[in-house]
Write a protein that binds this ligand. Structure first.
Ligand code: SF4
Ligand code: SF4
Length: 433
């Protein structure tokens, strides 16, 4: 019964993928023919006094942007209905495919809620940076829905989650300890992304988005390989990007923990049969904890007190480590990289030039000016590194507390922060309404 269900899902998925790929190839051929034909016309004669017309760069189509907001809100609402009311995995999955096609392949993965954190951070760090309203809505709406209904955005709206959900045909369980250890990585990535924005080093979440190359049908070979490896891994380890990298997932996790309503495994009372326990490929089902209380209240309280006292130590240690890492961290900034390259070329450490170093030399800017700028940036990274390290120290402390605190639980229930509301577990529960 269970394997039947899985087979149907994977079979259905493969058919959809092949159908989508076929349509995309046909579309490419369709557009490539006239594009090629364009070059067969005679070239214009520019030596005859012809004046170039002014070049206008069209801004984003407001109609399309408005449409994106409508689609975002509609898909979020539908996802909430499918997860909380209808409780049908098939409907959630169909909506996932729609979001993959629309937000991924039609809109090329942009605007994207995951990347929008950087725009919002840039707006907070720099008063001259205006955050477009659309980006603000893409940032806030999934979080508001997570506060109300859990991670329904991850379930069926996010194109990054959708592409991984679509390939997760043979998901295996990752040991819980491994899951817990690697769950710190999204916090590190979030911290690095915020540091990069604050220092003006660029939007690294967008730069290293592993799937955008597929959505846009083109990217650097290294990014395509990274994306391909993520998808290959995603066949067996469901949603590797979501679980072990996504920085927006950190915010969704926090919001979902506080959600007013959330996906439930059973529509009625849990009979604790345990059938759902292994159905979740994300280790997001909490098991009952009632039969054995591991220790006395006093012992637990003492350990909690010690961990709370440890938090300032972790913060200070993290801040110190972050300061020590200012040199490698500062290399996120293109000016620092350029200064090191120029210095290396001057010392004969590198042969030849790069595009950036050649452009710098052509600009006639004195090397000393570039070096001074790089030194100033390294100092700023020292301070930024301290904040980043302190944040990671705080996260480690909070994680230690969360794994050591015993919470009484009588039923099998989704872990509100980690659950993607994918609906896989619904079918495994024998209790019907
Ligand atoms: S965890 Fe991140 S990438 Fe995954 S579905 Fe949620 S927002 Fe998208
Ligand atoms: S709905 Fe949540 S708990 Fe159930 S299988 Fe999906 S992620 Fe796991």
């Amino acid at each position: 019964m269970i394997s039947d269900f899985r087979f149907k899902i994977s079979d259905f998925f493969l058919l959809r993928v092949f159908a989508s790929l076929r349509s995309l190839i046909l579309l490419l051929v369709f557009f490539a023919v006239p594009a090629h034909a364009e070059f067969r016309f005679p070239m214009p004669e520019f030596a005859s006094g012809y004046k170039h017309p002014p070049v206008y760069t069209p801004g984003p189509s407001t109609a399309m942007v408005g449409w994106d907001i409508v689609v975002l809100l509609a898909t979020l609402t539908l996802a909430a209905v499918f997860v909380l009311k209808r409780r049908k995995r098939r409907e959630i999955f169909l909506l996932t495919l729609f979001s993959l096609l629309y937000f991924g392949f039609v809109r090329n993965g942009c605007v994207c809620s995951v990347g929008s954190i950087q725009n919002v951070a840039a707006g907070l760090c720099n008063s001259a940076y205006g955050v477009p309203l659309t980006v603000l809505i893409f940032f806030a709406a999934p979080l508001i829905f997570a506060l109300l209904f859990g991670r329904v955005f991850c379930a069926a709206v996010c194109p990054l989650g959708a592409i991984q959900e679509a390939v997760a045909v043979k998901p295996v369980k990752v040991p819980l300890a491994v899951e817990k250890v690697f769950s710190i990585v999204p916090y590190i990535y979030l911290g690095l992304a915020m540091l990069s924005v604050a220092m003006g080093s660029g939007f690294i979440i967008c730069q290293y988005d592993p799937f955008v190359g597929f959505f846009r049908m083109g990217a650097s070979s290294s990014l395509l390989i990274f994306g391909g490896l993520m998808l290959a891994l995603g066949i067996f380890v469901a949603r590797p990007y979501c679980r072990f990298l996504c920085p927006y997932g950190v915010l969704l996790n926090w919001a979902s923990k506080l959600s007013r309503r959330h996906a439930v495994i059973t529509p009625a009372d849990c009979i604790q049969c345990g059938l759902c326990a292994d159905s979740c490929p994300y280790n997001a089902i909490n098991k009952p904890m009632t039969a054995t209380v591991p220790e006395s209240r006093g012992k637990g309280a003492r350990r909690l007190g010690l961990l709370i006292l440890l938090i300032p130590v972790l913060i200070v240690t993290g801040a110190g480590a972050g300061r020590l890492l200012r040199e490698p961290l500062s290399r996120m900034h293109p000016t620092v990289r350029l200064a090191e390259r120029i210095a290396g070329e001057e010392l004969g450490r590198y042969k030849g030039t790069t595009i950036e170093s050649a452009a710098f030399r052509a600009s006639d800017t004195p090397n000393e000016k570039l070096y001074a700028e790089a030194v100033g940036l390294k100092e700023k990274f020292g301070l930024g590194g301290m904040v980043f390290g302190a944040f990671i120290g705080l996260v480690v402390g909070c994680k230690l507390i969360s794994v050591s605190v015993f919470r009484k639980r009588t039923d099998y229930e989704p872990n509100r922060g980690a659950c993607y509301s994918c609906g896989r577990c619904f079918k495994y529960c024998p209790v019907k309404e």
